[in-house]
Design a protein around this ligand. Structure first.
Ligand code: PFF
Length: 470
C-alpha cells in the first residue's frame, strides 16, 4: 500500500495520476479496520490504565474523554479529509492542497513532525511490545498459576532488571514490525485485524468478568468514573490531552495517509466516530479489568508503567484456565501493538522512499535499525540508567529517565503540535468549500465542526501548552 509519487508532480498531474495509480480501500469497513489497527494498541491497554492511576482516576478520565470528543475526534476528521482531498502521501497531499490554494508549502512541517514522532515513539513502543512478547512465555509455562501479588511483582521486576532479555524481546518485536513494513503486506494484516481485534475484545471482557466476581469492582468503578478534581493537576490535563492524540494515532499524519485511500462516498464523520468509540471502549475495558484487581490486592494505582504487568497476570494466575487465557491475551496484545507499530514505521519508510529515493527494503532496514538502537536507551532507563535524568535540572523533568522523556516529549508535545498544525491547515489554509465538500455534513453539524477546528481546538491545545510551560 505504499505510494511513491514523484516529489515534483504538479497538482493536476498528480491528481489525474492518483486515482489510476492508487487502489482505494475496498470499503468503509476496511478503512475502519486499518485505522483501528493503528489506534488500538499499547496506548489503550498498557498506558491508559497506568496514567489514570498516576493521575488520580475519575477527574483524569473525564478530561481524557472530553479531549477525545472535543479535540481528538475533530482532528481525526481533519486528518482524514486532508488525506482524501490530497490523495497522496501526507507530505505530498499537504503540498498539493496548499499549492492549489496558492499557499506556502511550509506545511511539509506536518510531515516532518510525523516522521520524527513516529521514530521516537516506535523506539520505546517496541521495548514495551517486547514486554508483551516476554509474557506470552511466562503465561504459557504456567508460572503465573496461583501466584501471590508479590511473586507476580517479582517476575516483572526481574524482567526489568535484565537488559539482555529486554533487548532480545525488543529485537523480536522490532523485527516483526520491520518484516511487515518491508514486504508491504498490509492487506493481509487488515484481514487479520478483523478477527484478532474482536478476539482481544472478548479476552478483555473475560478479564473484566473475572474482575467483577473476584475483585473490588465497585471501588474500581468509582475510582474511574467519580471525578475528584482535587486529584487532578495541570500536568495531568496535559497528559490527558497528549494521550488523546497518542491513543487515536493523531498528530503524525497516520490517519491522513489512511484517509488518502478512503473512497469518496464514505462518510468521514461516521468512520472517525466509529474508530474513536472502539478505541475508547478498549481503554475503558482495560481500566475495568485492572483496577478491581489493584484494589483487591492492595496494590498501588499509581505504580507506573508496570501496572498491567503486575495486575493482569495475577488475575490469569487465579482464574480457571488462566494459563490459556493469559497466553491468548498476551498474543493478542502483541498483535494490537504490532499493527500500531507498523503504522508508526510506515510514514518514515514512505518518507525515505519519496525524499531520499531509497527502495522499500533499504528504507525499512535503515529506519528500523536506527529506531532499534535508540530503543536501547529506553531499555537501560529501566535498569542501569534508572537514576539518570538527563534534564533533571529543569523542575518539570525532575527524575525523568530517557524513557520517560521520550514518552513525555512525543505524546505531550510533538503529537499535540502536529495536531495543532493539522487543525490550522484544515480550518484556515484549505478553502472552506473544499473542506465542506469532503465532509459532506449537514449544515449545523458542519458549522459545529468548523468552529471547533478553527477556534476551539487550536486555542485548547495552545492553552494547555502555555499553562504547563508556565
Ligand atoms: N495509537 C497507538 C496506541 O494507542 O497504542 C500508538 C500510536 C500509533 C500512536 C500510531 C501514534 C501513531 F501514529
Amino acid at each position: 500500500m505504499s505510494v511513491s509519487d514523484s516529489g515534483s508532480a504538479t497538482y493536476s498531474e498528480a491528481l489525474e495520476g492518483s486515482n489510476a495509480k492508487r487502489g482505494l480501500w475496498s470499503s468503509r469497513l476496511a478503512f475502519i479496520l486499518a485505522a483501528t489497527g493503528s489506534a488500538v494498541g499499547l496506548g489503550n491497554i498498557w498506558k491508559f490504565p497506568y496514567i489514570t492511576g498516576e493521575n488520580g482516576g475519575g477527574a483524569f478520565v473525564l478530561v481524557y474523554l472530553l479531549c477525545i470528543a472535543a479535540v481528538g475526534l475533530p482532528i481525526m476528521m481533519a486528518e482524514v479529509l486532508i488525506g482524501r482531498r490530497g490523495g497522496h502521501s501526507p507530505v505530498n497531499s499537504l503540498r498539493l492542497i496548499a499549492e492549489r490554494d496558492r499557499l506556502k508549502p511550509a506545511w511539509r512541517m506536518v510531515g516532518a513532525v510525523g516522521v520524527l514522532a513516529g521514530f521516537l515513539i516506535l523506539s520505546f513502543y517496541s521495548v514495551i511490545g517486547g514486554w508483551a512478547v516476554s509474557y506470552v512465555g511466562t503465561a504459557a509455562s504456567g508460572q503465573l498459576v496461583g501466584q501471590s501479588a508479590e511473586a507476580v511483582g517479582a517476575i516483572f521486576s526481574n524482567l526489568l532488571g535484565d537488559p539482555m532479555t529486554l533487548l532480545l524481546w525488543h529485537t523480536v518485536f522490532m523485527a516483526l514490525v520491520m518484516l511487515v513494513v518491508a514486504k508491504g503486506v498490509r492487506a493481509g494484516l487488515e484481514r487479520a485485524v478483523s478477527i484478532l481485534m474482536p478476539g482481544l475484545f472478548v479476552l478483555l471482557l473475560i478479564a473484566v468478568g473475572y474482575a467483577m466476581t473476584s475483585g473490588e469492582f465497585g471501588r474500581a468503578v468509582s475510582f474511574l468514573f467519580q471525578p475528584d478534581f482535587s486529584k487532578l493537576s495541570t500536568s495531568g490535563i496535559l497528559v490527558a490531552l497528549g494521550h488523546a492524540f497518542f491513543t487515536l494515532s493523531l498528530g503524525m499524519a497516520v490517519m491522513m495517509a489512511y484517509g488518502s485511500y478512503l473512497p469518496k462516498n464514505v462518510s468521514i464523520a461516521k468512520t472517525s466516530i466509529a474508530v474513536s468509540v472502539i478505541d475508547t471502549g478498549v481503554a475503558l475495558l482495560a481500566g475495568l479489568a485492572i483496577f478491581p484487581i489493584v484494589f483487591a490486592n492492595g496494590l498501588e494505582p499509581g505504580a507506573g508503567p508496570g501496572l498491567i504487568f503486575q495486575t493482569l497476570p495475577l488475575a490469569f494466575g487465579q482464574m480457571p484456565m488462566g494459563s490459556l487465557f493469559g497466553t491468548l491475551f498476551f498474543v493478542l496484545l502483541i498483535f494490537a501493538a504490532w499493527t500500531s507499530g507498523i503504522s508508526l514505521l510506515e510514514p518514515i519508510v514512505e518518507w525515505l522512499e519519496e525524499r531520499k529515493g531509497l527502495n522499500r527494503t533499504a528504507s525499512t532496514l535503515g529506519a528500523g535499525v536506527v529506531c532499534w538502537a535508540l530503543g536501547i536507551a529506553s531499555i537501560l532507563s529501566l535498569n542501569l540508567w534508572s537514576d539518570f535524568a538527563p534534564l533533571g535540572s529543569i523542575a518539570m523533568f525532575e527524575g525523568k529517565t530517557i524513557f520517560d522523556l521520550l514518552d513525555f516529549f512525543t505524546a505531550n508535545i510533538l503529537l499535540p503540535l502536529g495536531g495543532l498544525l493539522v487543525a490550522v491547515f484544515a480550518g484556515w489554509v484549505m478553502s472552506r468549500e473544499a473542506v465542506e465538500k469532503e465532509l459532506a455534513l449537514s449544515g449545523p453539524m458542519f458549522r459545529l465542526w468548523y468552529l471547533t477546528i478553527r477556534y476551539f481546538t487550536p486555542v485548547a491545545v495552545a492553552a494547555v501548552f502555555i499553562y504547563n510551560l508556565m
